[in-house]
Design a protein around this ligand. Structure first.
Ligand SMILES: CC(C)(COP(=O)(O)OP(=O)(O)OC[C@H]1O[C@@H](n2cnc3c(N)ncnc32)[C@H](O)[C@@H]1OP(=O)(O)O)[C@@H](O)C(=O)NCCC(=O)NCCS
Length: 232
């Protein structure tokens, strides 16, 4: 039986998630994608791929029987997804987990509600991915990695074993993280960052080897972290 699905946001990541939903349905009919919710009036009613923008986020209550996935966020405002989840205030059981059929989830791995894994993502073994995590194609997580809620993982990121990524962090495309390293909550790794040491919360690091560039402009408080609605 298929279930109704609403995607919150209608930007690039939302459309990528819609494509993953279509791919999933091709393998086994799972979701009936009802549409996107987006606050941009210019997008109202527009069709993006398989569905239309149904209205602003405030209309989410009209879809009380649908599952929801929040697909907003970009490197310039990497905590926006956390804020939207907080604003919606939905319980964890309302959120869909979308795993592209070409992703690989190994033994002992957990993937939380509201999380999206795009094509060719690999979780080897005993990886824990929290709620509302966005993972772009070809990211590789290895044994015992822990990724907390609302993290964004760019395309081609690779984590060594036993890495921990704190809530709301952003890992730029192609970043590499050495085994057992911790990246703090809200931190941002630049594209290709070769991360050899722990990164404190809310700092920006980049380069090879990665070094501190500065602090992020958004605080945990501004992002509504920690997230009560992500509790599992
Ligand atoms: C790290 C990052 C956040 C810095 O952005 P920014 O604050 O706008 O910084 P700037 O572009 O002004 O660059 C500041 C300095 O850092 C350097 N720098 C920026 N990004 C870098 C990177 N990824 N690696 C190495 N150095 C980098 C710049 O060359 C510049 O150096 P300079 O002062 O010696 O000239 C950004 O470049 C980045 O990598 N974002 C991630 C984007 C991403 O992954 N997109 C894919 C989405 S899936």
């Amino acid at each position: 039986m298929t279930r109704d699905l609403i995607i919150v946001g209608a930007g690039g990541f939302a459309r990528e998630t819609a494509a993953a939903v279509v791919a999933l349905n091709d393998v086994s009919p799972t979701w009936r994608l009802r549409g996107f919710l987006d606050d941009d009036p210019a997008k109202a009613g527009r069709r993006y791929g398989p569905a239309r923008v149904l209205g602003p986020l405030s209309t989410v209550d009209e879809w009380s029987r649908a599952s929801v996935v929040v697909c907003v966020g970009n490197p310039r405002d990497h905590l926006s997804r956390a804020r939207v989840v907080e604003r919606l205030g939905l319980s964890a059981d309302r959120y869909a987990t979308i795993v592209h059929p070409a992703a690989q989830v190994g033994l002992g791995c957990l993937v939380g509600p509201g999380t999206v894994l795009l094509a060719q993502v690999v979780l080897t073994a005993d990886v824990s991915i929290g709620a509302h995590v966005a993972v772009m194609p070809h990211a590789v997580f290895t044994h015992d990695d822990v990724v907390e809620d609302c993290v964004t993982v760019g395309a081609g990121v690779r984590l060594g074993g036993g890495v921990r990524i704190g809530q709301g962090a952003y890992l730029g495309a192609g970043a590499l993280v050495r085994e057992s390293v911790t990246v703090g909550a809200g931190a941002l790794l630049g594209m290709g960052a070769v991360t050899l040491h722990d990164v404190p919360p809310h700092e920006v690091w980049a380069g090879n080897p990665a070094r501190r560039l500065g602090a992020t402009t958004l605080s945990a408080g501004a992002a509504g972290l920690p997230l009560r609605s992500a509790a599992r």
